[in-house]
Design a protein around this ligand. Structure first.
Ligand SMILES: [Zn+2]
Length: 267
């Protein structure tokens, strides 16, 4: 099998950790670090258009509060997993607070999209055994919070406590520089679609996970909100990346479907 999982962290704009608080803030653009959601909401619409154009069913890892705050029309044809409730560093929480965050995140998905989530990505990609082993208590079967070396074959693996890990690949580009399958540098103007297509071309079998954030479709971390022309070019780049990888023979699918398929093949 050759599957492309397009994954999206649906979280507050340019999220940052705020000292002394479990709840994440947004990068201070002059009015403090209170969380903002407008780029995330606008970017979701842009991304849903790109996914519609390319016929891709994606997996959104939705942070509970963001999901409850923004308009989430259009998510119904995609998988919706969880990404914390307040974008907490879950590894820093007590067992009680970790479970509070998980159960509020699950409840938000149930309320907003009327389905029970089965997939998870940790805020800041930070997990430990306590977090991973709490996931099954909340019906979560699939995790995508780790990076793994790019290679000819990328398959899900079982973690302690029974969760299946579908990692985000990372490797080296043609000039020997480190590259991960997170589109972050492309949104900042530092990478081209071809860089990610080349990464995927190294994978002969298994699942290529590509990742991004909704807010990053319309707001640069370094330069602030994008103008219309920049946002449109940014969306076109995402579309080119997806189409380039599909042209290599990858079939787009969700995280839960990809793991089920890979495990069925393995028998
Ligand atoms: Zn996040």
């Amino acid at each position: 099998m050759k599957a492309l999982c397009f994954t999206v962290d649906l979280d507050r704009d340019v999220n940052i950790q705020v000292p002394g608080k479990a709840q994440a803030g947004s990068l201070d653009r002059g009015a403090g670090t209170e969380p903002r959601f407008s780029s995330s909401e606008k970017g979701l619409e842009v991304l849903l258009d790109v996914l519609g154009e390319t016929g891709v069913q994606a997996t959104f890892f939705a942070e509970g509060r963001t999901l409850e705050t923004i308009s989430s029309r259009g998510l119904s044809r995609h998988e919706v997993g969880i990404h914390g409730y307040d974008h907490e560093d879950l590894t820093s929480l007590s067992g009680h607070d970790l479970r509070m965050s998980m159960s509020r995140a699950v409840a938000a998905v149930r309320r907003v999209v009327n389905r029970s989530p089965v997939s998870f990505r940790a805020p800041y990609m930070k997990v430990n055994d306590a977090v991973l082993c709490a996931l099954p208590e909340f019906g979560i079967k699939y995790d995508s919070s780790e990076y793994a070396p790019l290679g000819a074959s990328i398959l899900p693996r079982r973690l302690p406590c029974g969760v299946a890990e579908l990692p985000v690949p990372e490797g080296l580009d043609s000039s020997g520089r480190k590259i991960a399958a997170y589109l972050w540098p492309m949104h900042e103007g530092k990478r081209q679609p071809e860089d990610y297509v080349r990464m995927a071309s190294e994978v002969r079998g298994g699942v290529f996970v590509l990742a991004t954030h909704t807010w990053h479709m319309v707001e640069s971390r370094d330069r602030g909100p994008m103008g219309a022309a920049e946002a449109s070019k940014n969306a076109k780049n995402v579309q080119k990346t997806i189409e380039g990888i599909i042209d290599l023979g990858f079939e787009p699918t969700t995280v839960s479907e990809a793991v089920r398929h890979a495990e069925a093949l393995r028998g």
